[in-house]
Write a protein that binds this ligand. Structure first.
Ligand code: ME8
Length: 660
């Protein structure tokens, strides 16, 4: 029996057309799924859409349609985009599917009945007209961050999940299962920043909107969108719905959840704890990939730099998009996408390295042997080098794919193709063709090239499946084995088709301009600036509000007004500024990573807010140990394109006063 392999993507919010970043994730997961199928696994690949929540409810209201009508429209866009890029998923789940909603209700009920979810009160600032709760950090001067009207302190009934009860078991699981979360740095962040300091109970219901799965028996509340969304990984297999649970029995636990770096916390803490509480085994691995940025900037509508796979595919072809995104995203850091870098990769790797190798080889086989594949009877030492390179590449691709280093697997294949191009220059077939005496050698050289191309196409098939299929068809074979020597002599190769036509930069930008003009027309995007800004505000994905703390815990953080006496750049550091801060009763030395956002001159004399009781920290500064005693408070900093701003106290605030 085949070994099973279950893998999933995150389910994107059904709030708009998925951009190239969301689409990259499905391409990545698809490449892994295709690779595993090729290795003989019984693969189940799940994807879907996350269709509940206030954002969707609000957007639908603005458009004057029901939330269901709204998500139906967006779902179709997601499905079309996934189809366009060739996602070979086995199931597409929508969180509005009846069976899913029913299962989520059952899961909530189970957790409530066994005491893991309990009803209590949520305390915060309430804005009556907006019917929304806000935390202390969201409210400035007692005003609602949305409408600016005064908020009032209020409490509301809500349900909480006893996260803390399972924290130790989760920590133990993480310690006993190295590789549970990859890359490792993402796990460390979770353990040190969230698990070790102690988990707070999580508020798992909302009552400020209705577009969600109602709490069973208390329908004023809806189940928190993350509890709803995370459950998709098991409900899609029939958990809580299908009496027999065949799929669930067969495929759970999940072999890998492929997700982006911003949602690692939900998948490594909340999701495993939900599963522990339900008595379900934990997934084997969570792989948190980086983000695809436009150059170094985060993609956002307001900046006008959002790219979509369908528009890119018109310019580069589907395999051009698949190749670029898969090769541009490193294993653990962010990837960058720009038109220029796509053109460069397209021309260098796809058109020159791969395309030329195939067309040169197939044309030579036609010219010299009427397309008939010759037997490799006249070997020379250099052939051994090429064959060794093929064998090493095969091994490397397996090693890299088994550890999710997908871009490294691809670059190994392209290195092999370069080696094959070099082999042409070294063996000079056009010289061998001049004499009958070297005909056998020429046939051998071409066989070795065709065979390298065949193995290459086989290795490329998970990444650029259409191109791989075209190459194999040109070679007249469907043999996908990775052993050198499987190509059968005496058969004929086909016509050398242009796989990737070199892109001319000038022509490309003309086409791009035409496309942009067209899409702008289509979408009537040329709206006023305010509309864009409004959209951007609606688009921003806010970090979820941290777990509730009681006031007594809050006041443990001693924040004070401090005056900047001195501030200087730290030599050789792009990030750090060194401060001397006056607290009234003493002065402190603090280092802060804000050099990118402020110059020392603009800060001297200013009154900032500092955490005065943060444990001092020794830092290595240009070879010396220096103490940083306290922390200056700032907003922003977690997003890739953070706008970090210090929080200043009023000019006449007393130095040393507490901030609360
Ligand atoms: O987070 N580059 O949905 P989502 C690469 N509904 N990946 C990116 C990206 C970028 N620029 N931008 C987003 C959600 N992503 C939830 C998931 S799962 C139970 C619920 C990734 O639409 C992002 O990291 O905001 C996430 O993995 C996926 O796209 C969907 O993001």
């Amino acid at each position: 029996m085949k070994e099973k392999f279950y893998l999933t993507t995150a389910i994107p919010y059904c709030s708009g057309k998925p951009h190239i970043g969301n689409t990259y994730e499905v391409i990545l997961t698809d490449a892994i799924a295709r690779y595993k199928r090729k290795m003989g696994y019984d693969v189940f690949f799940l994807t879907g859409t996350d269709e509940h929540g206030i954002k969707i409810e609000t957007k639908a209201k603005e458009m004057g349609i029901t939330p269901k009508e709204f998500v139906d429209g967006v779902y179709a866009k997601v499905r079309d985009m996934w189809a366009l890029v060739g996602a070979s998923y086995d199931k597409f789940i929508r969180t509005t599917d009846d069976y899913h909603e029913k299962a989520v209700t059952g899961i909530f009920k189970k957790l409530y009945e066994q005491g893991d979810i309990y009803k209590s009160q949520y305390e915060g600032h309430y804005c009556v007209p907006c019917e929304s709760f806000f935390t202390d950090t969201q409210v400035t001067d007692g005003k609602c961050p949305d409408c600016g009207r005064p908020v009032e302190r209020a409490t509301e009934d809500a349900y909480f999940f006893r996260m803390s009860k399972y924290a130790d078991r989760l920590l133990k699981h993480i310690e006993e299962n190295p590789g549970f979360v990859e890359p490792e740095a993402r796990l460390k962040e979770m353990v040190n920043n969230f698990l070790k300091p102690g988990l707070q109970d999580l508020c798992v219901t909302r009552s400020s909107f209705t577009w969600g799965v109602p709490v069973p028996g208390d329908e004023k509340h809806v189940i928190y969108v993350w509890i709803d969304a995370l459950s998709n990984y098991i409900t899609a297999l029939g958990y809580e719905v299908d009496e027999q649970g065949e799929l669930f029995k067969k495929y759970w636990p999940c072999d890998v959840h492929v997700i982006g770096k911003d949602i690692v916390r939900f998948h490594t803490i909340y999701w495993p704890i939900m599963l522990l509480a339900l008595g379900i085994p934990l997934p084997k691995k969570i792989y948190g990939h980086g983000w695809l940025n436009f150059g170094t900037d985060k993609m956002s509508k307001s900046r006008g730099n959002v790219m979509y796979a369908d528009e890119l595919a018109e310019l580069f072809g589907v395999d051009g998009v698949r190749y670029y995104t898969l090769s541009a995203m490193p294993y653990s850091s962010d990837g960058s996408i720009t038109y220029d870098s796509m053109i460069a990769a397209f021309n260098t790797d796809l058109a020159n390295n791969l395309g030329n190798l195939v067309s040169r080889t197939v044309s030579m086989n036609k010219k010299y042997f009427g397309s008939v594949i010759q037997a490799p009877v006249a070997s020379e030492a250099i052939d051994g080098e090429l064959k060794a390179c093929v064998a090493e590449t095969v091994a490397k691709v397996h090693e890299k794919m088994d550890t999710y280093h997908v871009s490294d697997a691809l670059s190994a294949i392209f290195d092999m193709l370069s080696r094959a191009n070099k082999y042409i220059d070294e063996t000079t077939p056009w010289v061998l063709a001049k004499s009958e005496d070297t005909k056998a050698r020429l046939g051998t050289v071409l066989y070795n090239l065709l065979e390298t191309i065949r193995v290459g196409a086989s290795l490329l098939s998970p990444f650029i499946p259409d191109t791989a299929a075209k190459i194999l068809a040109t070679l007249g074979t469907d043999d996908m084995s990775e052993e050198f020597g499987a190509l059968v002599c005496g058969k004929a190769t086909g016509e050398a088709e242009v796989l990737f036509k070199r892109i001319d930069e000038k022509e490309f930008y003309e086409r791009l301009a035409a496309q942009k003009g067209e899409t702008a027309e289509k979408k009537e995007e040329a709206k006023m600036e305010e509309v864009k800004v409004e959209e951007a505000a609606a688009e921003k994905v806010y970090e979820p509000v941290a777990d509730t703390v009681v006031f007594d815990d809050f006041v443990k953080v001693d924040m004070r007004v401090a005056k900047v006496l001195e501030c200087e750049a730290v030599p050789k550091s792009k990030k750090l500024l060194k401060f001397k801060l006056d607290l009234g009763f003493e002065t402190r030395q603090v280092f802060s990573g804000i050099a990118k956002y402020y110059s020392p001159e603009e800060l001297i004399g200013k009154k900032v807010i500092m955490v005065a009781n943060l444990a001092p920290r020794m830092m290595k500064i240009n070879g010396n140990e220096e103490e940083s005693n306290g922390m200056i408070v700032a907003s922003g900093g977690h997003e890739p394109d953070a706008v970090v701003r210090l929080l200043f106290a009023a000019d006449d605030a007393n130095v040393g006063d507490r901030v609360s």
